[in-house]
Ligand binder design. Structure first.
Ligand SMILES: Nc1ncnc2c1ncn2[C@@H]1O[C@H](COP(=O)(O)OP(=O)(O)OP(=O)(O)O)[C@@H](O)[C@H]1O
Length: 256
């Protein structure tokens, strides 16, 4: 299995944020983790990316247990994260922010190379080519030289996705990518996620509040509630799941 989350438990002073959660994520798939506030979704991401060390259980990436491994080592193994609270530098342009997304791939003094000395090292040319590819892929051409601080939120979300894609990840963790977007922007975001899967073949895990956003998108949906996985399956199955119907629309309201 590409990513195997095995009986992961995470406790904060007696409160179990995760209580024995297991989830298999096949390579190239798009998995959604949904659930209400406080269900444990962010905690699960933090256990995958290395921000938190699970109190029990394993997170195996291509067979290697990465639970408790520092985030930079996990990132170097190809795990990138798109943050809900955007991790961008306002004064820098779209292009510069995306180049920063590649810093772990610079072999030496990446900061000096890009910003102070402007060396046209082979390395930098290759990095810029990759960034331009991502800019094209996300249709951000006309914003390349714009400081991100003046861009509207919908575009910023796309730039944040681009920053993560510039890491050339094997596994992309998306934290509520549609939060705060209008209908059209939400549809665009969903389209990009399908393109990432179909054209780039990158495995994606997506945290979402809204069941409806993921029903047409995900291959597999895991539903968390109070730190436990209460249901898992393809969208058609999740729609019919009594525990999900109860959690989302109340008992006796039919399928979602
Ligand atoms: N650093 C922390 N210290 C103490 N408790 C925490 C910490 N982080 C999370 N928790 C608790 O763990 C539980 C799960 O929180 P988590 O943020 O993972 O849920 P979530 O599903 O991501 O919620 P939301 O949708 O609101 O982001 C909650 O009860 C939360 O209060």
């Amino acid at each position: 299995m590409f990513l195997a989350i095995d009986n992961v438990e995470l406790a904060f002073e007696g409160v179990k944020a995760l209580d024995g959660v297991s989830l298999d994520v096949p390579k190239g798939s798009l998995t959604a983790v949904i659930g209400p506030n406080g269900a444990g979704k962010t905690s699960l991401f933090n256990c995958i990316s290395g921000v938190y060390k699970p109190t029990a259980g394993q997170v195996r990436l291509e067979g290697k247990n990465i639970a408790g491994q520092p985030p930079h080592e996990t990132a170097a193994m190809g795990v990138a994260r798109m943050f809900q609270n955007l991790a961008l530098f306002d004064q820098m342009t779209v292009l510069e922010n995306m180049l920063l997304g590649r810093h772990h791939r610079y072999e030496t003094s990446w900061w000096n190379d890009i910003f102070f000395f402007g060396k046209t090292a082979k390395q930098e040319v290759a990095h810029r080519e990759k960034v331009e590819e991502v800019i094209d892929f996300l249709h951000l051409e006309r914003f390349r030289k714009t400081p991100v601080g003046i861009l509207p939120y919908g575009i910023l979300k796309r730039v944040e996705l681009g920053r993560a894609l510039c890491m050339e990840p094997e596994l992309l963790l998306l934290d509520e990518p549609a939060a705060g977007l209008n209908q059209e922007e939400t549809e665009d975001m969903a389209r990009y996620m399908l393109d990432i899967k179909e054209e780039l073949g990158i495995t994606q895990i997506l945290i979402e509040h809204e069941l409806h956003f993921v029903l047409d998108l995900a291959d597999n949906i895991a539903v968390l509630d109070f730190g436990s996985k209460i249901a898992e399956g393809p969208p058609a199955q999740i729609r019919q799941e009594p525990a999900v119907i109860e959690a989302y629309v109340g008992v006796g309201h039919g399928s979602v």
